[in-house]
Design a protein around this ligand. Sequence first.
Ligand SMILES: Nc1ncnc2c1ncn2[C@@H]1O[C@H](COP(=O)(O)OP(=O)(O)OP(=O)(O)O)[C@@H](O)[C@H]1O
Length: 310
Amino acid sequence: MKSAISISAVNKQFGSKRAVQDLNLEIPEGALYGVIGPNGAGKSTTLRMILSILFPDSGSIRVLGHDSALKAKDQIGYLPEERGVYKKMQVLEFLQHMGILKGLGRADAKAKALKWLDTVGLPDVQKKRCEELSKGMQQKIQFISAVIHDPELLILDEPFSGLDPVNMRLLRELVEAQHRKGTTILFSTHVMPQAEEMCDHIVMLHQGRKVLDNSLDEIKRQEVVREILFEPLHAESVVPAQLAAVPGIDGVEGKDRSYRLKLVEGADLEQTVQALTRSVVPARLELVRPRLEDLFVSIVTGSGQTEESV
Ligand SMILES: Nc1ncnc2c1ncn2[C@@H]1O[C@H](COP(=O)(O)OP(=O)(O)OP(=O)(O)O)[C@@H](O)[C@H]1O
């Protein structure tokens, strides 16, 4: 499949700080990629290099078939991490201005801005000055300014930070709608559940290096089951000690009628499940795979996997 973004052996240093090290990454057209990583991992630096806001010390980056994003700027939308709308401008004026900067005609930019304001539930703010809006509203306006020209590639730096749950969900739906339209999307986030729910593919950076680059399905498939959720059919006659005695079970946490059973490290899953169901008849049994957040924490704290092993 054709790459929308192709990063090859890229390095970037600020003074003695190696912000991005030997990064290789291919993002196919139409994909929805999430870049995760702790503070200072190199996420923003990577996004800024893709956008030619910063330039690599070595290596090369191709974007939408060009050797620089500057040659494709009308096909790219960008929501920067540092939020910034023109404070004194009226909302509609600001959005129209941003649309025109991205190559739209004046009337088209206005029509698109009005349609978008409706879509994000802000039809009444067109005449308000940007500074009069709440932070969440400003963020929605800034998102509109990133998509008003229907970009082929959308890059969002921490799009969910600072949003309440309702607006987070709205933004997520808007991003997913762009994805369905075929837009290639790359976003960075700290919000693991969002990354987990939305992305096709996760890239994780840690200390400037790529430590994970895989589809979410594959990540889930390869992650080892460490717990079983278990509900007995006859809960009244089951005591936790009975579950704890099953070979392969290390610990039992009981809550009402459902139990979380921790597996002994290295236990054979099939044998443990067989022994468990022989001992207690289940009403429900579910294998719990670690969440992306667990994987993130284990990599960052050094006990996790590296790119080679995932
Ligand atoms: N303009 C700059 N001058 C000097 N150092 C910088 C500059 N930009 C980034 N850095 C450093 O490079 C490293 C990577 O920063 P970057 O902003 O890319 O990380 P990040 O993963 O986006 O972090 P966060 O999640 O905190 O935004 C950090 O150590 C940061 O301090």
